[in-house]
Write a protein that binds this ligand. Structure first.
Ligand SMILES: Cc1ncc(COP(=O)(O)O)c(C=O)c1O
Length: 415
């Protein structure tokens, strides 16, 4: 038995799922090819408990934008650690980060910090409700586990069923449904919360632009959930990329190269509502993550990190299109280069899913760590992308060979 399998068995006895995060649950279908634990990382590489090395395209589910153990960021954290992690008054670093965010994010007239993506989203919803004195919200996309964003699974998940009266879901990208719900609930709605981009769908920003127009027409606030698009698609996130200004926005992953910090930002008139009620937490001013965020943003600005993310992502996408053509598979690279989606698109959906599963299985076996969503970081160099593409071609040939043999036994691997 592998050390990691034994470790996982022990973890399951004490920790539900054996981990803290849904996406970190080992997919049972991948069995022994997917590492159950990651022991360490450096640059764009990670090592599992058995010491096996992988080129990583999952990047801690998005937050690693520069690379693991990025010296300049970790040095800033170590320096701050010598001074102290947390104090009973604000640290001077808070203003420095606020200034960087104000400069980077198009609608950030004022900013405040939190710890996670959902924290930031929750804070924005509170501000929107307090400002408009309305109770309802519309949501579109995944925004985190809290009650307001998890009504679809209520009451099984402990969320009071009554919240369904206050939260309506717009299937992402569905402009007609957005319009219908906004017209139906109109003056009861405080805000629409939406992700601006969904990797395998529309990359033009037309949906978020449509939501901006609709919310403006109806006097409803638009909260852009930039938790994974912020500091990834562009320095200022999708707001910069698409030229759409939200009233309020949430940023988290990608802003501090993995250190836990998020920010909720917005136009002054809304953010100033915060002076009229209490929304507070002890750890939001934790200085190590603030130091990490300052260092990360400075590097991004100084070294044009996003040009690199785009170039490496484009190299991966072009390479995948070439490999698929050479192997005679109908497939294409979708999405935007800093986070593309490499998909098989034959007319047979079941075949595509089987092939995808088998391809990922072989990629994992050969030391390329990825499932579904590919993320690029600053430490991915052309040679890393080319090595991954070489492995991707080999893995695709193996998957194509395995598919007819494993047709009956292959099941979709999604949770
Ligand atoms: C768009 C979006 N919003 C919110 C969240 C929740 O963020 P966190 O897990 O940091 O609370 C996520 C996490 O994946 C996300 O992708």
């Amino acid at each position: 038995m592998k050390i990691s399998d034994r470790h996982f068995e022990e973890a399951l006895k004490l920790i539900p799922w054996g981990t803290q995060t849904n996406a970190k649950r080992p997919f049972p279908q991948f069995d022994d090819t997917m590492p159950k634990f990651i022991d360490r990382g450096k640059g764009c590489r990670i090592w599992d408990m058995e010491g096996k090395e992988y080129i990583d395209f999952r990047l801690a589910l998005g937050p690693i934008t520069l690379g693991y153990c990025y010296d300049e960021v970790d040095d800033a954290v170590r320096e701050q650690m010598k001074k102290g992690v947390l104090f009973s008054m604000a640290s001077p670093l808070e203003l420095e980060l606020a200034q960087l965010l104000h400069e980077a994010i198009p609608n950030a007239e004022m900013v405040r910090f939190m710890k996670t993506g959902e924290d930031a989203n929750l804070c924005n919803v509170r501000i929107a409700r307090a400002y408009t004195r309305r109770d309802m919200i519309l949501i579109s996309g995944y925004h985190g586990y809290p009650d307001w964003f998890a009504v679809d699974d209520s009451p099984k998940n402990g969320v009071p069923a009554i919240l369904k009266d206050y939260v309506k879901i717009i299937p992402w990208g569905n402009c007609d449904e957005a319009e219908r719900l906004i017209k139906q609930y109109n003056e009861r709605i405080a805000c629409v919360v939406s992700i601006p981009y969904d990797q395998n769908e529309d990359i033009s920003g037309s949906y978020i632009k449509h939501l901006r127009k609709l919310t403006q027409e109806h006097g409803i606030l638009l909260v852009m959930d930039e938790v994974w698009t912020g500091f990834r698609l562009a320095y200022g996130g999708a707001q910069e990329l698409y030229g759409v200004k939200a009233d309020l926005a949430s940023y988290a992953k990608a802003m501090a190269n993995g250190y836990p910090i998020s920010t909720y930002v917005g136009k002054r008139q809304y953010m100033e509502t915060l002076n009229t009620f209490r929304m507070t937490t002890t750890y939001a001013g934790e200085t190590l993550s603030i130091a990490a965020a300052i260092a990360t943003l400075k590097i991004m600005k100084r070294e044009k990190v996003h040009d690199h993310l785009n170039a490496m992502g484009r190299r991966l996408m072009d390479g995948f299109n070439r490999i698929a053509a050479e192997c005679g598979v109908q497939a294409h690279a979708a999405g935007l280069p800093p986070s593309p989606y490499l998909k098989f698109d034959t007319p047979d959906k079941d075949y595509n899913e089987r092939l995808e599963y088998l391809w990922f299985r072989e990629l994992l076996r050969d030391g390329v760590f990825v499932v579904l969503r590919w993320f690029i970081c600053y430490s991915h160099k052309p040679s890393d992308i080319d090595e991954a593409l070489e492995k991707a071609q080999k893995a695709l040939k193996q998957a194509l060979e395995a598919e007819p043999k494993e047709r009956e036994t292959t099941k979709p691997f999604y949770w």
